[in-house]
Design a protein around this ligand. Structure first.
Ligand code: FPP
Length: 250
């Protein structure tokens, strides 16, 4: 884990920028608590930081930025907090879609979006539609997403194809599974190169369970609203110091 205060002044090799960066944006509640503010103030600041880090990642040359915005387990939070979290995509896209279009950023979403409130789903799908022609970084929101839920759904899809006679059991291979995961539209960029989790916690929390098989993980003590462009650059620097062997030898 690196300490946030060590982040400034790190330089990175532009030739080895992780293509897909995934972030577990943790620590909004503690950020608010430290300031004697309600938890939702932390989420609001967290949303503002999504804007900052989107720009910073795009400027660095990241191809896909996947953000864990709401997990299948987050429904268990107090109802007021869930409602507020559900309002954030509406606020975010209303405010920032023109800016995302300026930056050539394409919005994508993964998760069980059918269960989202109508206003959240519509705002998100409109942002996906309005940025569909953009060719720059993909900003991929995980909304009502859970890694186990994703694997269950892929398994159901495989079973359906087998039952219909469209797939033989011996044709079920890793590609057949990957093709039915929610990251399939990302093609060769489906698996993150780098996972960052903020706020000092060091766990995966049901995020991209299949896709993280060979991902480099960086944990930082910075709370998500404090995780700025310097901290992102430092995390990329840490990533570049790693020796990725994918289970092989050099
Ligand atoms: C975890 O922090 C954070 C979340 C569950 C929500 C993350 C959402 C955002 C950062 C905003 C999303 C923005 C858009 C545009 C969808 P926590 O509340 O668990 O923090 P704590 O562990 O300190 O309590």
């Amino acid at each position: 884990m690196f300490k946030a205060k060590e982040a400034a002044g790190v330089t990175v090799d532009p030739e080895r920028i992780p293509r897909h960066v995934a972030i577990i944006m943790d620590g909004n509640g503690r950020w608010a608590q430290k300031r004697h503010l309600p938890r939702i103030a932390g989420h609001k600041q967290g949303m503002e930081n999504v804007r900052t880090i989107t720009r910073a990642a795009s400027d660095l040359g990241v191809k896909v930025l996947t953000l864990y915005a709401f997990s299948t387990e987050n429904w268990g939070r107090p109802q007021k907090e869930v409602s507020y979290l559900m309002s954030l995509p509406v606020t975010f896209f209303n405010k920032f879609v023109p800016e995302l279009i300026d930056q050539n950023v394409r919005v994508m979403v993964m998760g069980n979006i059918d269960r989202l409130p109508e206003s959240t789903r519509t705002a998100t799908l409109n942002a996906v539609r309005d940025t569909a022609d953009n060719t720059g970084m993909v900003l991929n929101f995980a909304l009502n997403y859970g890694g186990r839920d994703e694997i269950v759904r892929a398994t159901q899809a495989i079973a359906t194809d087998v039952a219909a006679g469209q797939l033989q059991p011996d044709q079920i291979d890793m590609q057949a599974v990957s093709d039915r995961l929610m990251t399939a539209p990302l093609g060769t960029l489906a698996d993150p190169d780098l996972l960052i989790r903020t706020s000092g916690e060091e766990r995966i929390s049901n995020f991209l369970l299949w896709q993280l098989a060979y991902t480099e993980m960086v944990f930082t003590d910075a709370l998500w609203p404090d995780f700025g462009p310097d901290e992102l650059t430092a995390a990329v620097g840490e990533y570049q110091s790693r020796d990725r062997r994918f289970g092989k030898v050099k």
